[in-house]
Design a protein around this ligand. Structure first.
Ligand code: NAD
Length: 316
């Protein structure tokens, strides 16, 4: 099969690209390397094109010259904090480029099986009802969340209005190797893991927790996410539909630290700080809809952290 992945040098995109290439598929990655890394995608089955997804003439030439079976739209300013700093750039990348690509796909792709757009649990905002179902109240509170929701809606419109086979997923907190721990906007698990690496290297380490550490998130391991992406992309009933992608469980931050301590065999000094205004206390996904496609998350938080940390140790 022939795959196109935008943002394919980033965390989730490169994990998927590497998996697909390993399975013998052809993968084209488009990424401007603003956050992603070229070394994430070194495989003979991956063609890398360094390009900005806002460059419509470049995207047009890629889509005119190749017929793809599957297209994954992951390129984005993936940090909420960054979107607050740069709302217009976020809108151009996270929304306008998606609409542009959908339109190009409509014009050029004849044998396409699916376009899949990466949305986010951020669209639910701070409405407190849990767990989050796909039809729960949507309350986007940041430029990132507004653009994700709008792009997700357009993606699904293209199925309903123009018969372009599309789906969308709302990722909860994905973790795993290749998440860039150097980024200040990186997910909390990659920031915590970096501190454990420091301790093992006899460097000074510590971690600030805002609040009592009992705030929860739905952390889902990258291998389960890849499985979910393929199930959604390959299913017939998922056309024109959006799916939560999580583990369907909530884990307090304190428990994450404990799991790392157990796996690494060392203690992490924690500073408990005053809770930040506006932080969402709890979040987790109802994954009933995704389960109907055959999804069963295989990794407990402990197993995921164990595999993640082992990968990090061999990497450093
Ligand atoms: P990431 O930052 O690792 O990957 C995004 C990639 O997009 C990077 O490689 C970056 O270089 C590329 N990119 C950014 N702007 C670009 C542009 N203008 N042109 C071309 N490439 C560009 O993020 P990720 O964690 O892999 O996330 C993948 C997708 O999933 C994103 O759309 C993100 O918003 C969404 N998402 C991720 C999570 C998570 O937990 N990681 C949660 C919710 C949603």
């Amino acid at each position: 099969m022939n795959y196109l992945i935008t943002g394919g040098a980033g965390f989730i995109g490169s994990s998927l690209a590497t998996y697909l290439a390993h399975e013998g598929h052809s993968v084209t990655v488009v990424d401007d390397l603003s956050m992603g890394k070229k070394e994430n995608i070194e495989s003979k089955n991956i063609q890398f094109i360094k390009a900005d997804v806002r460059d419509s003439s470049k995207l047009k030439s890629i889509l005119k010259n190749q017929q793809f079976d599957y297209i994954f739209l992951f390129a984005a300013i993936a940090s909420v904090a960054d979107s607050i700093e740069r709302p217009i750039e976020t809108h151009n990348i996270n929304f306008e480029s998606i609409l542009q690509i959908l339109e190009l796909v409509r014009q050029t792709q004849d044998k396409l099986k699916r376009v899949l757009f990466a949305s986010s649990a951020a669209v639910y905002g701070n409405e407190p009802t849990l767990p989050k179902k796909e039809e729960s109240v949507i309350r986007p509170l940041t430029p990132y969340a507004v653009d994700k929701f709008a792009a997700e809606k357009y993606t699904l419109l293209y199925a309903n209005l123009y018969n372009v086979p599309t789906s969308a997923v709302r990722f909860f907190n994905v973790y795993g190797l290749r998440q860039n721990p150097a980024s200040v906007y990186s997910g909390v698990l990659s920031i915590i893991s970096k501190q454990f690496i420091k301790i093992l290297n006899n460097e000074k380490a510590g971690f600030n927790i805002y609040g009592d550490g009992e705030q929860t998130r739905d952390f889902v391991f990258i291998n389960d996410v890849i499985n979910a992406l393929l199930l959604v992309a390959e299913s017939n009933e998922s056309k024109g539909e959006v799916y939560n992608v999580g583990a369907g469980k909530y884990t307090p931050l304190n428990e994450i630290v404990k799991a790392f301590e157990e796996v690494a065999g060392v203690k992490l000094p924690i500073n408990y700080m005053q809770a930040r205004d506006g932080d969402i206390k709890d979040s987790y996904a109802d994954i009933t809809k995704l389960s109907r496609l055959g999804y069963v998350p295989k990794y407990t938080i402990y197993e995921g952290i164990k595999e993640y940390f082992a990968g990090l140790l061999s990497h450093y």
